[in-house]
Design a protein around this ligand. Structure first.
Ligand SMILES: N[C@@H](CCC(=O)N[C@@H](CS)C(=O)NCC(=O)O)C(=O)O
Length: 218
């Protein structure tokens, strides 16, 4: 059964699901979302909230990046498991997945999306709050990651799929300072992981679209 992924390579949540697809060499058709194209109309019909990514697997439409990763792990299991079988270990993975989505991805998106708002609709307080959340998250993560290779139980997982694009763009929007060496090293490890390196390469041509101006580095 062929998989269709409605996505855009520059989107952080889409990269989150590209990582497991690449990790396990799962074949899929990319339905590239561009404003006004046919894929975009199909995507809106399948998911009125119009968030990407959306995975279509036969007669199932799967939304929400974490659930797509779980679906791939369940239905298209490969050598690299994304959610461990052990329920306690799985809970640790899901906890870190939530941390990266809620306290890194969300404030990063707030800062980035505010940059494309017209001046009269800017949300200075919201952006300041997002920066505070990122600082707090960076500090906590730096402590948690000390001495660990991956985010949960030292095994690459869904948690790292969430972390990779979240930290990639968060560092562009609100740099991870020298005060957080463990977090900086973890971001470097994620960038060296071939699946994420490939997703970053896929997205390279779109860097001029980054609303804050992409830095000249990964
Ligand atoms: N909770 C969703 C969030 C997905 C999301 O925010 N995707 C962004 C791209 S990174 C998007 O679709 N933005 C377009 C929009 O908000 O209209 C998930 O985990 O999949």
């Amino acid at each position: 059964m062929s998989l269709e992924l409605y996505a855009h390579p520059f989107s952080s949540y889409c990269q989150k699901v590209l990582i497991p697809l690449y990790e396990n060499d799962i074949p899929f058709e990319l339905r590239l979302l561009e404003p006004g194209n046919a894929a975009s109309a199909e995507h809106a019909a399948r998911w009125p909230l119009r968030r990407m990514p959306v995975l279509v697997d036969g007669d199932r439409t799967v939304v929400e990046a974490s659930i797509i990763v779980e679906h791939l792990d369940l239905r298209h299991r490969g050598r690299v498991r994304l959610v461990p079988d052990d329920p306690e270990a799985a809970l640790d993975v899901r906890m870190m997945d939530r941390v990266f989505d809620n306290y890194v991805m969300t404030p990063m998106q707030k800062i980035v999306l505010d940059a494309i708002r017209p001046p009269e609709h800017k949300d200075a307080q919201g952006v300041a709050d997002a920066r505070t959340t990122l600082d707090t998250a960076y500090r906590w993560l730096d402590g948690v990651l000390g001495g660990h290779e991956w985010a949960a139980r030292d095994v690459f997982s869904l948690a790292d799929c969430a972390a990779a694009p979240a930290l990639f763009y968060a560092d562009w929007a609100h740099p991870i300072g020298d005060a957080f060496p463990n977090l900086r090293a973890y971001r470097r490890r994620l960038l060296a992981r071939p699946s994420f390196a490939r997703a970053v390469d896929d997205a390279r041509p779109y860097r001029p679209y980054f609303p804050l101006g992409a830095p000249d580095r990964d």
